[in-house]
Design a protein around this ligand. Structure first.
Ligand code: 9PG
Length: 474
C-alpha cells in the first residue's frame, strides 16, 4: 500500500474527496473536520461503498479514485490512478499531529497510482483525470437536452402525460432532444416487460408518438435490481448476489422495502441483461437511463468467486452496452463513477435535485448528504467538475416551475447557473403546462448549450465557483 507523509500542518489544508457513486457526496472541506457517515445504517449502500465507509473520526477523509489536498495558495497534492477498469482505488488522508499521512489502496488487479506535488491542484487534477479517461477510452458524445418524467410525476407517470408534455414542448418549440420515461411504467422492479396498472399502456407504445413529434425516446431501467415480489426473483432466485449466509443480499431500501441485486458473474444473468437492453432498444429506445447500478458492485458472494466486484460490475455494464448497441446513448445513474468510463456516454454526477433547497435534518443530523435536494445536487456536481473527461456529466434537472416547488427565484437561478458551469446534459422535468412566460424563458436558458460546453482548461473563475459552492459557504 503506497503511503506518503507530508510535512504540513493539517489545519492549513483542505481536502477534496469524491464519493464512490453518483449520489455519494463529493466536497472540499477542512482536513480537520469530520467526514459524515449516515447514522442510519440502511442508508449506507445507497450512497456509499459499504466496504470503504467514512471512518467518522475527525481529520480522516476517504475518497474513491482521486483525492486532493489543497493549501491556501492553491498548490498541494493530487492522488489518482492510471486505470480503474477492474479495480477500485481507495484513498485516505489522515491528520497526524503536525503532519498529514496519505495512503492509496487498490482493490482488484494492481494498477499504477499517481501522486503529484503541485503548485496548481486544479490543473493537476484535470490532467490526471483526463489521463484516466483516455486510458479507459472515455466516450464523450454531444450533450443531450432531456425531458425526464421523474421530478414531477414520480412513480405516477402515465403514457398520456408523456405524450401531452411532448406535444406542448413541440408547440412551444422547446429545444429538447430526448423525452425520457422514468420509473413507474413497469409492473415491478425486474419485471420490465409488463406494465404497471396506472401507466395506461405499455412502454413500447410510447416511442412512435415521440418520434412523430421529432423527439428521441428514452427509458429508465434499474437493470441490476429485482424486488423480492417480482416474477424475475420468483423465476431465478439463483441469479441474485448473496450474502455470507447464502441468502439474497438486500442492497438498499426503496420502493417500499428492501430489494436485491443480480449477480453479474452468472452467465445467464449476462445473457438476460443483453436481452433486456436489446429488447427495449427494439421497442424504439436508443437512449437508456441505467439506474441503481451500484447494486452489481457490492461486496457479496458470487457465482464466480474469482471475479472481483469492480470487474463483476464492468461485466454487467458491458452486457447492457452489447445489448443496446454501440450507437445507443447510455446514461449511468447511482453508478460507481470511474468503473463506468468507456461504457457509458453520460453519468449523473450528484444526488437528485428536488423542488426544495436543503433538507438540513437529514444532511446534518443524520449525516446523509446523498438525499434529494437542490443544494446536495449542486454541491456534489460542482465538486466533480473534472469528470468532464470521463463522460458527459449530468448534474440533473433544472426546476423552472413555481408550482409544486419550494424553491425561491434565486434558488431556481442558482440551479440554472450551475448547469451552465458544469455543462454536459441539460434536463428538465417540469410539466410544460405549469410554466408561465418566466418559467419558459428560464427553461430555454437552461437548455442552451454554451460554447465551448466543456471547459477543457479550467479558468480561474471556474475554480472560484467550485470553491464558493464548497461546504464552507453553504
Ligand atoms: C427513480 C429515481 C429517478 C432518479 C434517480 C433515482 O437512495 N435512495 O433511496 C434513492 C432513491 C431514488 C433515487 C436516488 C436515491 O433516485 O436518481 O433520477 O430515476 O431513481 O426511482
Amino acid at each position: 500500500m503506497p503511503e506518503w507523509t507530508l510535512d504540513i500542518d493539517p489545519s492549513q489544508v483542505r481536502v477534496l474527496i469524491s464519493g464512490y457513486q453518483s449520489w455519494s457526496e463529493a466536497e472540499l472541506c477542512p482536513l480537520t473536520d469530520v467526514q459524515a457517515v449516515p447514522l442510519m445504517k440502511w442508508r449506507h449502500e445507497q450512497g456509499h461503498d459499504p466496504a470503504f465507509l467514512p471512518s467518522g473520526e475527525a481529520g480522516v477523509w476517504r475518497s474513491h479514485t482521486v483525492l486532493a489536498l489543497v493549501r491556501p495558495d492553491g498548490g498541494g497534492w493530487v492522488g489518482a490512478a492510471k486505470d480503474a477498469t477492474n479495480s477500485f482505488i481507495h484513498w485516505e488522508a489522515r491528520a497526524d499531529g503536525n503532519r498529514v499521512r496519505v495512503s492509496g489502496t487498490v482493490e482488484g488487479p494492481e494498477v499504477e497510482l499517481t501522486w503529484d506535488d503541485t503548485e496548481d491542484v486544479i490543473a493537476t487534477l484535470e490532467h490526471r483525470t483526463a489521463e484516466l479517461g483516455q486510458n479507459m477510452h472515455a466516450r464523450i458524445p454531444a450533450p443531450q437536452r432531456v425531458w425526464c418524467s421523474w421530478y414531477s410525476y414520480y412513480r405516477d407517470v402515465t403514457l398520456d402525460a408523456m405524450l401531452d408534455n411532448a406535444r406542448l414542448a413541440r408547440e412551444h418549440k422547446l429545444p429538447f432532444d430526448v423525452f425520457q420515461l422514468d420509473d413507474g411504467f413497469q409492473s415491478d422492479l425486474g419485471d420490465w416487460f409488463t406494465a404497471s396498472d396506472h401507466f395506461g399502456g405499455h412502454a413500447r407504445d410510447l416511442p412512435a408518438g415521440l418520434k412523430e413529434l421529432g423527439f428521441t425516446a428514452g427509458l429508465w431501467l434499474a437493470p441490476f435490481l429485482a424486488s423480492p415480489g417480482s416474477q424475475l426473483f420468483a423465476d431465478h432466485p439463483e441469479w441474485m448476489l448473496r450474502g455470507e449466509d447464502d441468502k439474497p443480499l438486500p442492497v438498499g431500501h426503496n420502493w417500499g422495502g428492501a430489494y436485491y441485486a443480480l449477480d453479474t458473474t452468472h452467465p445467464e444473468v449476462l445473457e438476460w441483461l443483453r436481452d433486456l437492453a436489446a429488447t427495449v432498444r427494439g421497442w424504439g429506445y436508443p437512449y437508456l437511463k441505467l439506474d441503481f447500478l451500484y447494486g452489481a458492485a457490492l461486496p457479496g458472494v458470487r457465482h464466480d468467486p474469482s471475479v472481483g466486484r469492480a470487474a463483476a460490475y464492468r461485466m454487467g455494464l458491458q452486457a447492457l452496452r452489447d445489448g443496446a448497441g454501440e450507437d445507443a446513448f447510455l446514461l449511468g445513474c447511482g453508478a460507481p463513477l470511474a468503473s463506468s468510463i468507456g461504457i457509458v456516454d453520460a453519468m449523473r454526477t450528484g444526488p437528485d435535485v428536488a423542488p426544495l433547497w436543503d433538507e438540513e435534518s437529514r444532511r446534518v443530523w443524520l449525516g446523509d448528504a446523498t438525499g434529494p435536494s437542490a443544494r446536495n445536487a449542486l454541491h456534489t456536481s460542482l465538486s466533480r467538475w473534472y469528470q468532464h473527461s470521463w463522460y458527459q456529466p449530468d448534474p440533473d434537472v433544472a426546476i423552472c416551475r413555481r408550482e409544486l416547488s419550494l424553491l425561491s427565484t434565486t434558488e431556481r437561478h442558482a440551479i440554472a447557473a450551475m448547469l451552465d458551469v458544469v455543462g454536459g446534459l441539460r434536463a428538465s422535468s417540469d410539466p410544460i403546462a405549469m410554466l408561465d412566460a418566466n418559467g419558459l424563458s428560464l427553461l430555454r436558458q437552461c437548455l442552451e448549450i454554451s460554447t465551448p460546453d466543456r471547459p477543457l482548461t479550467l479558468t480561474e473563475s471556474f475554480g472560484t465557483a467550485v470553491t464558493q459552492f464548497s461546504r464552507a459557504t453553504f
